[in-house]
Write a protein that binds this ligand. Structure first.
Ligand SMILES: [Mg+2]
Length: 110
């Protein structure tokens, strides 16, 4: 199954459940907050040492992907293409010059 096929399934369920499948049917910030909630639930599961099963890290990461695919689908964003572009871009990116690492290195010195 491709990411697009998975997205189509998620949007079909979103339509059936009336969760919104068009921009005018949702509040973007709310959908983003709900996505973030799933990220937080993933952290909580991890902190409890629950990697599998109900409310485990696996299920919560699945929720993150589902909410991401729903949101992207609502805006006709081709996530497969976006991810492939990022993988390609990462090939030539030099993290040693990244500000994040410079800051981290400076903190380590202090
Ligand atoms: Mg969840």
């Amino acid at each position: 199954m491709t990411l697009k096929e998975l997205q189509d399934l998620i949007l079909a369920q979103a339509k059936e459940k009336d969760w919104g499948i068009k921009p005018e049917e949702i509040i973007f910030a709310e959908k983003l907050a709900l996505l973030h909630q799933e990220v937080s639930e993933t952290l909580e599961a991890y902190r409890k040492g629950k990697m599998t099963g109900e409310h485990g890290v696996g299920e919560e990461l699945g929720d993150v992907i589902m909410r991401t695919l729903q949101l992207a689908g609502i805006y006709n964003i081709d996530l497969e293409a976006e991810i492939l572009k990022k993988i390609e871009s990462n090939k030539s990116r030099d993290w040693s010059k990244d500000q994040l690492y410079i800051d981290r290195d400076n903190r380590a010195k202090n």
